[in-house]
Ligand binder design. Structure first.
Ligand code: GLP
Length: 261
């Protein structure tokens, strides 16, 4: 099983880091963290993420659901982000991804699943309504995150500010290039997105971040060991009171402050 590392700096006492042997190990470990939240409160609210990183974790949750170890019957979900403009029906949309990789395979009520509308004409209202809805629902119990090669979480791109609530963002060239691998051509990648802000993420009771592969190593180092700066949006997580990182050895390769227990 995973090597458990502990953080030496008290300021970051809310941060736990598990280094997994490989992607499968990472997926099992991370799914167990989510499953514990669902078991403790079957009416919990999950903040969900897309990208290639969580696919193994979602497969694990599907397996647990099919074996009746967890139920999604009363679970509500809110996804982090969606491309803008992009129709939900487009096979590159994050709504499509969530249906394909999780919702179509578990006993969730699809009406309880929420993804920002990538075609909302009034995107400002879409963002404000999303924040209000999350608040009315009682807030997110656990927020799952991947991480961009540039340290973005959701689509909160490196820049001068940390933005609190859900908002529209113009994607950086680095993200457009990184994400173009999933599109037929780079020209098809939308140039903008709607995303929860880092304030939404920090408001979640628990945060679970997963990362694998060498391309994530610098972002993970900056996130855990760098200064807290909007130029690495994930670095703000150092201040979260309950955040778990489950990363593989390649993503952990540049860490120096974390020592095996
Ligand atoms: C996208 C998403 C992020 C995700 C990131 C990493 O940009 N907006 O939420 O974390 O990609 O994706 P992957 O897991 O495929 O590396």
């Amino acid at each position: 099983m995973s090597e458990i590392l502990t953080y030496s700096n008290n300021r970051k006492s809310g941060v736990k880091v598990f280094v997994a042997d490989n992607y499968e190990d990472l997926s099992v470990k991370a799914a167990a963290v989510m499953a514990d939240v669902i078991k403790a409160d079957p009416k919990c609210i999950l903040g969900l993420a897309t990208g290639t990183s969580p696919i193994g974790l979602y497969n694990e949750l599907i397996r647990m659901n099919q074996e009746n170890a967890i139920s999604f019957a009363d679970v509500k979900t809110y996804n982090l982000d969606e491309y803008y403009p992009l129709a939900a029906e487009n096979d590159q949309s994050y709504r499509y991804f969530m249906n394909e990789h999780l919702f179509n395979h578990v006993n969730i009520n699809i009406a309880n699943t929420h993804v920002l509308n990538g075609l909302a004409e009034d995107w400002q209202k879409e963002c404000t309504d999303y924040d209000l809805e999350i608040e009315k629902a009682g807030g997110i119990d656990i927020q799952l995150l991947g991480i961009g090669n540039n340290g973005h979480i959701g689509f909160n791109e490196p820049g001068r500010d940390f933005i609190r609530g859900t908002h529209r963002v113009e994607l950086t060239e680095s993200t457009i290039t990184a994400n173009s691998r999933l599109f037929n051509s780079i020209d098809e990648v939308p140039r903008a997105a709607l995303t929860m802000g880092v304030g939404n993420i920090m408001a979640a009771k628990k945060v679970l971040l997963i990362a694998n592969g060498p391309k994530k190593a610098q972002a993970i180092k900056d996130t855990l060991e760098g200064e807290i700066t909007p130029y690495c949006q994930a670095s703000l997580l150092q201040l979260h009171p309950d955040v778990t990182f489950v990363i593989d050895k390649e993503a952990a390769a540049l860490l120096t402050e974390y020592k095996p227990l």
